[in-house]
Design a protein around this ligand. Sequence first.
Ligand code: SIN
Length: 532
Amino acid sequence: MATNRRYDYVVLGSGIAGLTFALNVAEKGSVALITKKNRADSNTNYAQGGIACVTSDEDTFDLHVRDTLECGAGLCREDVVRGIVEEGPARIRELIKLGMSFSERENGRAHELDLGKEGGHSKRRILHAKDVTGREIETALLTALALHPNVELFENHAAIDLITRRKLGFSTENRCLGVYVLDVESGQVETFAAGHVLLATGGCGKVYLYTTNPSIATGDGVAMAYRAGVPVANMEFIQFHPTCLFHPKAQSFLISEAVRGEGGILRNGAGRAFMDEVHPLKSLAPRDIVARAIDAEIKKTGAECVYLDITHQSREFLQKRFPAIYAKCLECGIDMALQPIPVVPSAHYQCGGVVTAPDGRTELRGLWAVGEVACTGLHGANRLASNSLLEALVVAHRAAEAVKEEKAPPRQKNIPQWESGSAQDPDELVVIYHNWREIRQLMWDYVGIVRTTKRLQRAASRLRSLSSEVQDYYWNYKITCDLVELRNLVLVASLIVDCALSRHESRGLHFTLDYPELDESHPPSDTVLRPG
Ligand code: SIN
């Protein structure tokens, strides 16, 4: 029997954005915190680098704003950048109060925050907990949340679609009324009605064959919002992290940019430090430049990977600063104190997303989006390293304050239960796995670091037919979590391609051989897709 549930707030996703929001609104009302896998399965949990925030006397808000704008290649919204940068320290203090402990170092007799450096930052400003920052933040937030009686956690629950007044055919002003959610274990679809729904579902790295993201990153929030009629923007700006560990035992394992921040040098197979000829910042150049240079080096030499050499640092330093990376490398037979680490670029971060105001509000009343799923204008055409956790923290706090201010919406009656109709049990699971693999391979081959119009068109045409196959399957068979994800992946892949095809220039993370320069004939603008 399907269940109908009702909460004041429904939060989809249990990363830093979802948890921060849930913790803040729980004082005002009931919260359902819904996650596809278990509570700690989020992109946040895998974040090694840290949070960029101005905390040292040698740094200024102006410098952080300038670095962010430079990286964003003309598409950041300066007011949004400044607001987030300036609000950062207050939110960090709250996080520390909750129990988060960042790495410190000795300075004479005192202890101070140990600030890391990453590509594109002119100062050391990355707060980190060794190389497991995300995991530590998750632990602190989950511990705080576990004590809250107003929060109910639903693990192994996959959101399928948002419920809106328009979709239900009501003539009153459109509004998000809740969400249909699959209980993955029972196979039942439950109705979660809510006054406000927060999308904190992370990004879409899994749309690519190679990614640093965990398996949950299937673009669910963007896909659900778009299907609900909410515009998305700048999906062409997919950030490829230059250094994912290249080893059969290490799928998706990131080698943090902080390793280059501590002097790591990128070399090709012959030992040449090829970044020296590419950019004045050498191996610590902005990520898009490094990823493209590695891609070119791999294509030129026919090698499978390049190498990151940090052997000039002592074993003691590496073990202390990068314990997780050190251990993972050793598990793969690589002693990073003696040998360079084999690395390749892979999909890492979605800079565009659901269009939101600086407080996470979307165009659809009652629907909010925070974190990687959202496009606030902070990242522009390229995200500055470690700005994402900062954005999630600040915007989730703002969204929580904003919803608490709003008058509770009237309870909507007559929300129908999910209708399975005559759907049968899926008979050919191979269709799902085949299509999933095909999407990821074609996105990697045709919509990767370096693009061309021809390849994008090829991808668009193949995605159209994959999309109709997936839709067919969706309507005829009982829903499973794999099918929910595949349906979202194919839509998000198409949104990336559509955005990429409509940008006739190379800017930030979008590089195409057909338009290799910036288009300076008019002011830079976002690529906004509005559902028809
Ligand atoms: C890293 O540690 O290199 C990732 C940091 C980020 O993506 O912001």
